[in-house]
Design a protein around this ligand. Sequence first.
Ligand code: IPD
Ligand code: CA
Ligand code: CA
Length: 257
Amino acid sequence: MVNVAMEAALEAGKFLKYNVGKIKSIERKMGQATNLVTEIDKQSEAIIIKKIKQHFPLHDILAEESGSHNQKSEFRWVIDPLDGTTNFTHAFPIFAVSIGVEHNGEVVAGAVYDPSSDEMFSTEKGAGAFLNGKRIHVSSSATLIESLLVTGFPYNVKENPHHAVEHFVNFLMEGQGVRRLGAAAIDLAYVAAGRLDGFWEVFLNPWDKAAGTLLVQEAGGTVTNFRGKPASIDEPNTLATNGKIHDRMLEILHRSL
Ligand code: IPD
Ligand code: CA
Ligand code: CA
């Protein structure tokens, strides 16, 4: 399954890269002025679903743009065909394809492909996390002042949902720096690779985090909700760290829960 996830992510990712600057239609989702979807998101999703169905025609699928394709299988593929759509519409080269596979509700394999840097992050439960085939590990930073953190904001951030703005300010004051890349799957992959030390976001969807969560765990990191409970992919609030700074980040999140 991990090989099919990688093949699908690679094919869709190359399609995304080829289409930078060639978008024909931008729609707004759910009446939100900043929540964009393009025809490229939908076409990328079609490429991925076609590939999965060739190999696993009886598996379930949850895909961001077309929803649930339910066949009552033990397996479910959870797909973000273009993570970082806002970046993509600006030809800002931070976006990715994210594909996770669940078995009985637990993520067991995943791939995140960043076509701009040609980086394929892959993982299988119990087998580790890899970047272009080489094993990756989370960082060893033990304090926030040595830690480069990353976050993302939901599309309704202007309403400051779940104190998203307060969390951002608190971490800005405590950490070495805070980045906002605009693609949650890349945020999580970078925590797995040790490039970033911790990631939090108040509201993610399952497709944003399915593959990335397993990447972080298999790279030796910790993923929970904001109350420190092991995070299912259906849990919107997400804290993913190298493990060493996890408790400290939970303390800071608690200030504004
Ligand atoms: C978004 C990105 C962004 C995160 C948002 C997501 P999309 O996904 O991952 O970084 O902050 O919460 O919705 O819409 O580009 O697939
Ligand atoms: Ca996404
Ligand atoms: Ca998306």
